[in-house]
Design a protein around this ligand. Structure first.
Ligand SMILES: [Zn+2]
Length: 298
């Protein structure tokens, strides 16, 4: 009903293997009148890579609203290239709706200030200055049946430098989202690395012509499992050696990287791709509610 009123067409991107990717592509080709795409960013990037690899007919959009994940520079590049679209990063959640979005200047994500108040705090609850990654706290009073007050939503973010955006809006801007707090990895010396940083680090070493999908899980303090689906055997061992070296550079030279070749990498129950998992962290997960003035309990 709503889709009909909006003129929208839904495409199921929950599980996308080759047959589903071809269906998604066909569904897009069948409606050239639709000019805007709102999507899970992982799903759209996966489809874009598939279209490029298979040399399928390109299907331009005017804009892409990328949600439910981190729009990395690598993702933005492939989406712009394959769909010839301007990409807008949007941040929201099921329980709080949309909270921030890029404008046409792409200088960060404007917070929807009339609706939501966001804070970014460190582990002790102190405000983070621009450029420092911390925990997002959400205050949302426009839902009278379930208001949120300093709700620790579980995402990490950092502020852009303050000041008016070139677009003219004075609403504060998030410089970037840095993934889930639960998915931060702990290095050998105890440093916490965000999943977005680790993905970028791996992405530099990964040869996408050789490895299609991957996932890194921290199982214990110094034990990580790297799962991967290879596309071909040629060059695989050399690329795995390179990736292992990159991980050890980021995580510590004494950590163990166990390599597991798999046929499938399971999605999270929400349908999102799980690139980075901290299994060790999840065992001692902190509560979701942050209480002002108290350190987060663990
Ligand atoms: Zn702006």
């Amino acid at each position: 009903m709503l889709n009909g009123l909006l003129g929208a067409v839904g495409i199921n991107a929950f599980r996308a293997k080759e047959a589903e990717l071809r269906q998604q592509h066909a569904a897009m080709m069948a409606r050239p009148d639709i000019q805007h795409l709102m999507t899970y960013v992982d799903a759209a990037a996966g489809l874009a890579l598939f279209i490029k690899e298979q040399n399928l007919q390109r299907r331009p959009f005017r804009t892409i609203m990328a949600c439910a994940g981190s729009v990395t520079p690598e993702y933005r590049k492939i989406l712009e290239e394959v769909f010839q679209a301007e990409v807008f990063d949007k941040y929201g959640s099921r329980e709080c709706c949309d909270m921030a979005c890029e404008c046409r200047r792409h200088g960060g994500l404007h917070v929807y200030s009339p609706n939501v108040f966001l804070e970014i705090v460190d582990e002790r609850g102190a405000p983070c200055p621009p450029g420092e990654t911390g925990h997002l706290l959400v205050t949302l009073l426009n839902n009278p049946s379930f208001p949120m007050i300093r709700y620790k939503i579980g995402d990490l973010a950092e502020w852009a430098e303050p000041g008016r955006c070139p677009c003219g809006s004075g609403w504060p801007r998030l410089k970037s989202l840095q993934g889930r707090a639960d998915d931060m990895l702990t290095t050998e010396d105890g440093t916490l690395l965000s999943s977005v940083f680790v993905r970028h680090f791996v992405g530099v070493s990964l040869n996408r012509q050789i490895i299609r999908e991957w996932q890194l899980e921290q199982v214990e303090a110094k034990w990580f499992v790297f799962r991967y689906i290879p596309l071909k055997a040629e060059g695989l061992s050399a690329n795995l050696n390179e990736i292992t070296s990159s991980f050890q550079l980021a995580l510590g030279k004494n950590v163990t990287i166990e390599l597991q070749q798999v046929n499938e990498i399971p999605l999270a129950p929400t349908g999102k791709v799980r690139w980075i998992i901290n299994g060790a962290h999840r065992k001692r997960r902190s509560p979701d509610v942050f209480v002002e003035g108290e350190p987060t309990r663990t």
